[in-house]
Design a protein around this ligand. Structure first.
Ligand code: PLP
Length: 395
């Protein structure tokens, strides 16, 4: 038997990497040296585009690394050994951020909430008061928590205020939400934010970014000595001024990222690109609910639009769904992580996804469910019709 995946790419519905914007895929073939005028032009323009996406007036550093590299950069440049750091943990990537900080810092306070919920700023304040914590140096949070698929949205502004009231800066990981949901460093008073190329921007993995925009972030940077040469912002800054990076960047990925950002910002418009993510999230949730599936995150205003999680309806589906989708139609979706492994599945709704992809996703999930529960067959037709006929700005 010849399998489709020997000849065609899988359809990516994992929460990154995502399906590439066609212009980004084409740009991957570009080769250019990183100390020439052509590169500098492209680099400068990429940085400007990223400033627009982060909505930051500050500088943006680009590292050749996946998202974890930007987390590493944040830790090494803004956190010292004796800092008092508050980490909000409402999912796997908050937990990982904490662990990266703990490699260096002795004084980490974690505020954890059950996965599927997000922390409430008032409760965090009460927690700090109860524990007689009067000052902090850094507050760290994920914006869009990829496992389980929750998002802070405007609440992040209240956490920024909390951080500032306690004399701290706030560092926000928006690896899985940037470009897919509204985000604004300047309106929400975020000191430092980070993200990476392979999720909602429809570009390949390999680059991550960090923006710092406030006087307080600058002061903290100046008080901290980076143990890492590769992620040292002070070194990166010297080269940023010349529109270069200190070390050889992944030039092809940069060309692809540049093409993706150009498409998003100049052809589509950022607000529209984000709206596409919302439209697709709504239709996926509607169709899968028609098939009897239940979203894992109950509270709609904290449900991510870029990572959609659903409870497995039975043990048998938990064991078969991903395998069947991958083997039979080449669709890649994700399981839950940590304590949610085998309990939820996650659909990455990121980057370049069209109605054709959605049709295949819904009909294939429906087909697998039907194998184990014949009653679903009747709603499958309706769910597919719903996707077929819904309004989508990208068809
Ligand atoms: C919120 C968040 N932070 C950090 C990371 C780590 O990124 P990477 O896997 O690109 O290193 C991810 C990856 O999914 C993520 O979703």
């Amino acid at each position: 038997m010849v399998h489709i995946l020997e000849h065609e790419d899988p359809i990516l519905f994992v929460p990154g990497p995502s399906k590439l914007i066609p212009a980004a895929r084409a740009a991957l073939a570009r080769h250019v040296g990183h100390r020439c005028p052509e590169f500098r032009k492209m680099f400068r323009s990429t940085v400007e585009y990223l400033r627009e996406v982060f909505d930051t007036e500050g500088e943006v550093h680009i590292f050749t690394a996946s998202g974890t590299g930007a987390v590493e950069a944040a830790v090494t440049n803004f956190i010292t050994r004796d800092d008092k750091v508050l980490v909000l943990n409402f999912g796997t990537f908050g937990r990982r951020f904490r662990e990266q900080i703990e490699r260096k810092c002795r004084n980490v306070i974690e505020y954890k909430v059950e996965y599927g919920l997000v922390p409430s700023p008032d409760k965090v304040r009460a927690f700090l008061e109860q524990n007689k914590i009067k000052e902090l140096d850094v507050v760290v949070t994920v914006f869009n928590e990829t496992n389980p698929g929750t998002v802070l949205r405007e609440r992040v502004r209240d956490f920024a205020k909390l951080a500032h009231d306690y004399g701290a800066i706030i560092i926000v990981d928006n690896v899985s939400g940037l470009g897919g949901d509204y985000f604004s460093c300047s309106r929400w008073s975020i000191d430092v934010a980070l993200s990476s190329s392979q999720k909602c921007l429809g570009a390949p993995p390999g680059l991550s970014f960090l923006t710092l925009r406030t006087y307080e972030a600058e002061k903290k940077l100046n008080k901290t000595t980076s143990e890492s040469t590769y992620f040292d912002i002070k070194i990166s800054r010297k080269f940023l001024q010349k529109n270069e990076t200190p070390f050889t960047p992944a030039v092809n990925v940069l060309a692809a990222l540049h093409a993706a950002l150009k498409y998003i910002l100049e052809n589509v418009g950022l607000a529209t690109w984000i709206r596409w993510h919302y439209e697709r999230a709504n239709i996926i949730i509607k169709a899968l609910t028609m098939l009897g599936l239940e979203p894992f995150v109950k509270q709609e205003d904290v449900r991510s639009v870029t990572v959609l999680s659903f409870k497995y309806p039975s043990q048998i589906i938990a064991k078969t769904l991903r395998n069947e989708l991958y083997k039979k139609v080449g669709i890649d979706i994700a399981d839950g992580m940590d304590e949610l492994r085998g309990k939820i599945f996650r659909i990455g709704n990121m980057g370049w996804i069209t109605r054709r992809d959605l049709m295949l996703l819904i009909s294939s999930i429906g087909a697998v469910l039907c194998e184990y529960n014949k009653e679903i067959s009747a709603s499958l037709g309706e769910a597919i019709r719903e996707v077929f006929s819904c309004y989508l700005s990208i068809a």
